[in-house]
Design a protein around this ligand. Structure first.
Ligand code: SAM
Length: 217
């Protein structure tokens, strides 16, 4: 592993250094299979697990947010499936990487800190992959709180969750009971399956899950 001067993953500079140094072992270089398949069959409006909010939506499309998007390949997949999707990251180098990766959808990539970001329109879905595990565990209650604030009742928190007990990170893995305890204040589990095509850093420890927002704050 290369040497980096910044060892604090709470700062954008930590991630800038890794993107600029082309050290991104979490980067899968594309869209995970279960998400791709879900976007194919679970088109907005046809999946009862997605909030049926078309009548309220100003532009008649469902809205998704991808926090801590990194290279953001999934943004293109959401947009091409008809979602009004936005990807955010607080690292300028990550934003550049995402803008290069998503081509025509580059205007949907925004440099922003998740904790201070307010979407332009109400969300139906938040996509998670390697964002929670990028942060030290003491930050997780804040992350969950913000997820809960951003999603209306029925909204989905969908994606990949990493389970591991190694004390050092990133990635910081979750303990199953701890994650359930944190999320159950606002969410109920909609599905939970092993990830089918994890890259080596997450192999055998990643799950494809969806959590439904239970009750508006
Ligand atoms: C391990 S990477 C994962 C990137 C991407 N989700 C993926 O699956 O490849 C974590 C990303 O989260 C971003 N990040 C960490 N804290 C953030 C925050 N508070 N707001 C926005 N982005 C953040 C980092 O800049 C980094 O790009």
């Amino acid at each position: 592993m290369p040497e980096f001067s910044n060892r604090n993953p709470r700062t954008p500079e930590f991630w800038d250094q890794r993107f600029e140094g082309a050290f991104t072992p979490w980067d899968r270089g594309g869209v995970p299979a279960q998400l791709a398949s879900w976007l194919e069959t679970g088109k907005p409006g046809s999946d009862p697990r997605v909030r049926p909010a078309l009548a309220e939506a100003t532009d008649c499309r469902f809205s998704a947010l991808i926090p801590g998007c990194g290279s953001g390949y999934e943004l293109q997949a959401f947009c091409e499936a008809g979602w009004n999707a936005t990807a955010i990251d607080f690292s300028p180098a990550a934003v550049v990487a995402a803008q290069q990766a998503v081509g025509a959808w580059r205007d949907h990539v925004v440099q922003a800190d998740f904790f201070g970001y307010t979407p332009a329109q109400p969300l139906d879905l938040i996509y998670e992959r390697a964002f929670l595990c990028a942060m030290p565990r003491d930050m997780w209650p804040r992350v969950v709180q913000r997820w809960a604030e951003l999603l209306p009742e029925g909204g989905l928190l969908l994606g990949y969750f990493f389970f591991d007990d190694a004390p050092k990170g990133p990635p910081f893995g979750a303990d199953r009971a701890q994650l359930e305890q944190l999320l159950s204040a606002h969410f109920s589990l909609a599905w939970d399956e092993p990830a089918g095509d994890s890259i080596p850093v997450f192999q055998g420890k990643e799950r494809w899950m969806a959590w439904r927002r239970e009750k508006a704050l």
